[in-house]
Design a protein around this ligand. Structure first.
Ligand SMILES: Cc1cc2nc3c(=O)[nH]c(=O)nc-3n(C[C@H](O)[C@H](O)[C@H](O)COP(=O)(O)O)c2cc1C
Length: 310
């Protein structure tokens, strides 16, 4: 019997929000904000919807998701298929807003495929303008490998431009009556080297972002994946160690002061606990749920809560 009694979960506070437990559903599962109420009912402590782009777009041709069950891994090249920011905002306006929902709802924003990389900030701003009112937190996704050039937004100069624009818009909206500043997080790639991570952390500090999500999928092809020819981002068990390494690195580099959401290769309580031990405040899952089913999140949350009570 799976028990969803919320009393059994240990709540977490991070970037000014209260989470009923530490385990969230990662971006990419609920791209259009259709499934998050069900995910909340299944016991997830938060859901990150998206990636949403300013313009509706179909994503890459199918097939675009490939399962590797023996390795508990997935390769995807979805390419930000989604209905666009306006449609998602319309859907969310039919639900209670931030602070009134059972769980926090993050909104993950990306760049529309047709938007030129030099005009990326405008594209993110267009999504932010219509979606910020609906978000408990907003994520700037600059790390999907499936939108050409997107990861260049992790380069220091481009990142600075993007964060200047979005933090500026956030400050401006918080000056309006009844509006609050939305916590802003950056989602990074596991394929960044440590000097690049240092540069990203410098920019995050300069613009006082509330947190970082580590990590997105990888373009590397470790072990048996060296022989796999499908293009796209690899997730699941083969990503576990690298993602945890980056979480640990960020926690040390920031003296534990920057909240981290740890994601990548969580397949059970041990791999989730490893990320919390490395310094993550919260964790997220996606590939693990593909193989272990819809109760995976609540089972993890329960195991982590029991462990933290010991
Ligand atoms: C099919 C699929 C689609 C994804 N789509 C997105 C996305 O739209 N935006 C995003 O930030 N991450 C996306 N991700 C990445 C996940 O959110 C997560 O960062 C990554 O899969 C590592 O976690 P996991 O090993 O638990 O899957 C996607 C992952 C998968 C498997």
């Amino acid at each position: 019997m799976v028990r969803l009694d919320p009393g059994r979960f240990r709540p977490v506070e991070a970037f000014g929000l209260k989470f009923p437990n530490a385990v969230g559903l990662a971006a990419g599962f609920d791209k259009n904000a259709c499934a998050w109420p069900a995910a909340a009912a299944l016991g997830f402590g938060h859901v990150e919807i998206g990636t949403v782009t300013a313009l509706a777009q179909p994503g890459n041709p199918r097939p675009r998701v490939f399962r590797y069950p023996k390795q508990e891994a997935v390769i995807n090249r979805m390419g930000f298929n989604n209905q666009g920011a306006a449609a998602v905002a319309r859907r969310l306006s039919g639900y209670p807003g931030p602070g009134l929902r059972r769980i926090p709802l993050g909104i993950n924003l990306g760049k529309s495929k047709v938007a030129d990389i030099d005009r990326a900030a405008e594209d993110y701003l267009a999504s932010f303008a219509v979606l910020a009112d609906h978000a408990d937190y907003v994520v700037l996704n600059v790390s999907s490998p499936n939108t050409p050039n997107l990861r260049e937004l992790q380069d220091e100069a481009r990142l600075r431009q993007l964060l200047e624009a979005v933090t500026g818009a956030n400050r401006e909206r918080s000056g309006r009556p009844g509006k609050r500043r939305v916590p802003l997080l950056l989602k990074i790639s596991p394929d960044l080297g440590f000097p690049q991570i240092d540069a990203v952390l410098g920019v995050i500090a300069d613009f006082a972002l509330e947190g970082v999500i580590a990590t997105n999928t990888t373009l590397s092809r470790p072990g048996v994946f060296s022989r796999v020819t499908e293009s796209g981002g690899l997730s699941g068990a083969p990503l576990r160690a690298r993602s945890t390494e980056i979480i640990g690195y960020i926690a040390r580099a920031t003296g534990g002061r920057l909240p981290i959401i740890g994601v990548g290769g969580i397949t059970g309580p041990a791999s989730a606990a490893e990320k919390l031990d490395a310094g993550a405040a919260l964790v997220q899952v996606y590939s693990g749920m593909i193989y272990r089913g819809p109760f995976f999140g609540s089972a993890l949350a329960r195991a982590l809560s029991d462990r933290q009570r010991l």
